[in-house]
Design a protein around this ligand. Structure first.
Ligand SMILES: NC(=O)c1ccc[n+]([C@@H]2O[C@H](COP(=O)([O-])OP(=O)(O)OC[C@H]3O[C@@H](n4cnc5c(N)ncnc54)[C@H](OP(=O)(O)O)[C@@H]3O)[C@@H](O)[C@H]2O)c1
Length: 362
């Protein structure tokens, strides 16, 4: 099967790269459809979900839960099952983790570039856990995958809380060497997909538990992200992290209280300046979904707040506030990330933009 990857020039105009969305009917899948509606490079050509949805049009299969509506061209697409062939080289995955593992492996073996939100392959020894501002050199691991797939590969983005934590930590780790972190998260309801936690459980309440190994992901994924790719293996960053997670009655936006210890202690003002100045390859390349500033350091004493700050830079920026000295650790601050944009679909789209910019989609 020839997979459609490169854009073609027609009458002097650059046509867009066709892409497929796996799990297109879910919370993350709907964000993909929303964020790709006017994307300058990518165009949604195929959608897939479970057998419950396959064979219906996207409009029939999906209960749309975001503002606005999908474009007519997407609403009319017939939803595929995972066992059907896909013509697009690039497949975004927002599949439930019960099926993502096997499905993504099979699709990479058929030659697809699978850009996934699911947890299943994040710890694979040759799969990058990519945040383009932090570890673009981890894409070198794709060459190892291609040796056993024959051409396709998987790229993952981290857990939605890890996205906020790792972006805030990265410039501090580079400058001052983070050694220990304690983090308590306050995570939004949309992080559990739809319908998520029952309203009678969460209204007037906080639930101090999130299933699926959430604390373990927060304690381990940043080590791979902030670590190195050395020829044929990832080497974790030598940082110890302790996490405690909570589900709160917020629709979108994960907040976290972060406490850090360093090899070389910065002042709070130095740490704030270092975070505010952070930029990486997406900014240097001016990728379409890249925020101008990956971290916004807010100075008001009562920020960040999810309702007010989660949509900064289209939901792609992490906001950090209350950066201050700590008497037990060295430093503490609050961080906020939009969990279904920077923490999921927006992250995967930025990953795919980097793949295209580096010539890895042809
Ligand atoms: N929500 C977040 O903030 C967030 C953030 C980062 C990562 N993630 C990860 O992203 C993935 C999707 O999360 P979500 O919140 O969007 O979940 P969700 O709302 O429950 O959506 C799950 C999607 O997977 C599809 N699916 C379920 N079982 C399937 C099967 N047997 N075969 C094929 N498709 C199947 C569903 O299709 P049907 O509609 O047909 O059932 C739906 O499209 C998960 O792995 C999650 O851990 C989520």
């Amino acid at each position: 099967m020839g997979l459609a990857a490169a854009s073609i020039t027609i009458a002097g105009c650059m046509s867009k790269i066709p892409v497929g969305i796996l799990g297109a009917t879910g919370a993350v899948g709907q964000r993909f459809i929303q964020l790709l509606a006017d994307h300058p490079w990518f165009e949604v050509a195929e959608v897939a979900a479970s057998d419950r949805s396959a064979g219906k049009t996207y409009a029939q299969a999906c209960t749309w839960r975001l503002p606005g509506a999908p474009k007519r061209a997407v609403a009319d697409l017939v939803v595929k099952g995972l066992d059907q062939p896909f013509a697009s080289k690039l497949l975004f995955s927002g599949l439930d983790s019960s099926v993502a593992g096997e499905a993504e492996t099979a699709l990479a073996q058929k030659g697809h570039a699978v850009v996934s939100n699911s947890r299943n392959h994040r710890n694979d020894p040759d799969v990058p856990l990519l945040i383009p501002e932090i570890n673009p050199e981890h894409l070198d691991s794709i060459a190892c995958q291609k040796k056993h797939t024959g051409g396709g590969y998987i790229v993952t983005n981290p857990n939605c809380s890890v996205m906020g934590l790792a972006i805030a930590m990265a410039p501090l780790h580079r400058a001052y060497g983070v050694t220990e972190v304690a983090v308590a998260t306050l995570q939004a309801l949309s992080g559990a997909g739809y319908p998520g936690v029952a309203s009678l459980d969460v209204a007037d309440n906080i639930i101090p538990y999130i299933g699926g190994g959430e604390e373990e992901k927060i304690e381990t994924e940043p080590l791979k992200i902030l670590g190195d790719w050395k020829t044929s293996a990832f080497v974790n960053a030598p940082i110890r992290i302790s996490a405690s997670v909570h589900r709160v009655a917020v629709v979108d936006g994960h907040t976290m209280a972060v406490f850090l210890r360093f090899a070389k202690r910065p002042t709070a003002a130095e740490a704030a300046r270092t975070m505010a100045a952070f930029k990486g390859e997406p900014q240097a390349r001016d990728l379409p979904t890249a925020p101008k500033h990956p971290i916004h350091v807010l100075t008001a004493v009562d920020r960040p707040q999810p309702r007010l700050d989660r949509d900064l830079e289209g939901g792609m920026a992490v906001s950090v506030g209350r950066v201050r000295d700590d008497s037990l650790f060295d430093l503490k601050f609050e961080a906020l990330v939009h969990n279904t944009i920077r923490g999921a679909a927006g992250a995967a789209i930025l990953n795919a933009e980097l793949l295209q910019a580096r010539g890895l989609l042809s």
